[in-house]
Design a protein around this ligand. Structure first.
Ligand SMILES: C[S@@+](CC[C@H](N)C(=O)[O-])C[C@H]1O[C@@H](n2cnc3c(N)ncnc32)[C@H](O)[C@@H]1O
Length: 243
């Protein structure tokens, strides 16, 4: 998969995405990531990418033309019209389900806003989807674009050492992950649950599933209402007074 980020701060994106698991995935060629300097597509004397808003107001707004030119350039380079996401606090809040769907695309372009945001006309013309990373406002779209890129890349086969890594994780199946422990088996008098040391795979699986249910019921009961529970799950939660 290839992801292109349109931004005023390409170094910020490249630095973060060049590290750790995503950095290694890029080196292996499992994912291809590019950050494009929007200013390179501003062709007026001062290379302006922003201007004042019509109707008045304090802040500056990103101009339509450089964004359109950058996206059109990418369409030409890719030989296809990629899906364009604008990171925006007005968008649908990102979910693991949407991350999974987006990770199936071959190409994705992400537009980062700045200042007061972006001229509506270029959003109407080219943007397929607006995505938010939560109901709060940041200074720019770079951190949200990095969140989206990271979450998508780790779903791509061979980016993580084992695909089961994410299949067990919080949100993948609608539940939160069970608690986890590493060595030593006793830390400051606190013991790891005995079943996890037993080597009995079926019992460990059952403990993990039940504790996944407990975590979700206690921390995010709203999620529990959205998943389909088996009769056994219901009985287990009822026994703990959580349903
Ligand atoms: C200061 S914000 C603009 C907010 C805009 N004036 C509004 O009220 O909706 C600047 C840029 O940061 C990005 N941004 C801020 N908060 C975000 C969020 N929660 N999710 C995704 N992008 C966000 C967007 O790209 C936005 O264009």
């Amino acid at each position: 998969m290839r992801i292109d980020i349109i931004t005023l701060f390409p170094e910020m994106c490249e630095t973060v995405l060049g590290e750790s698991i995503i950095g290694r995935a890029q080196k292996k060629g499992t994912v291809e990531l590019h950050a494009h300097q929007l200013r390179d597509f501003a062709f007026d004397k001062h290379k302006r990418v922003d201007d004042t808003t019509y109707g008045g107001g304090m802040g500056m707004l990103m101009k339509a033309e450089p964004i359109a030119l950058c996206f059109e350039h990418l369409c030409e380079e890719l030989g296809t019209r990629p899906h364009l996401v604008y990171m925006s606090p007005k968008g649908q809040v990102l979910t693991q389900q949407r991350v999974r769907e987006l990770s199936a695309l071959s190409n994705l372009v992400i537009l980062c806003g700045h200042y007061e945001g972006v001229d509506q006309r270029v959003l109407d013309e080219y943007v397929d989807e607006e995505i938010s990373i939560g109901d709060y406002v940041l200074t720019g779209g770079e951190l949200p674009a990095l969140v989206l890129t990271d979450s998508i890349c780790r779903m791509i086969p061979e980016v993580l050492s084992d695909d089961l890594c994410f299949e067990d994780e919080s949100h993948y199946n609608g539940l939160l992950e069970y608690p986890q422990y590493t060595k030593p088996s006793v830390w400051r008098g606190k013991e790891v649950p005995e079943v996890l040391l037993s080597g009995h795979h079926a019992n460990i699986e059952q403990w993990r599933h039940e504790n996944s249910l407990l975590e979700t019921a206690e921390k995010r009961p709203d999620l529990l209402r959205k998943v389909s529970l088996s009769d056994r799950d219901r009985q287990f939660l009822q026994k703990h007074g959580l349903l």
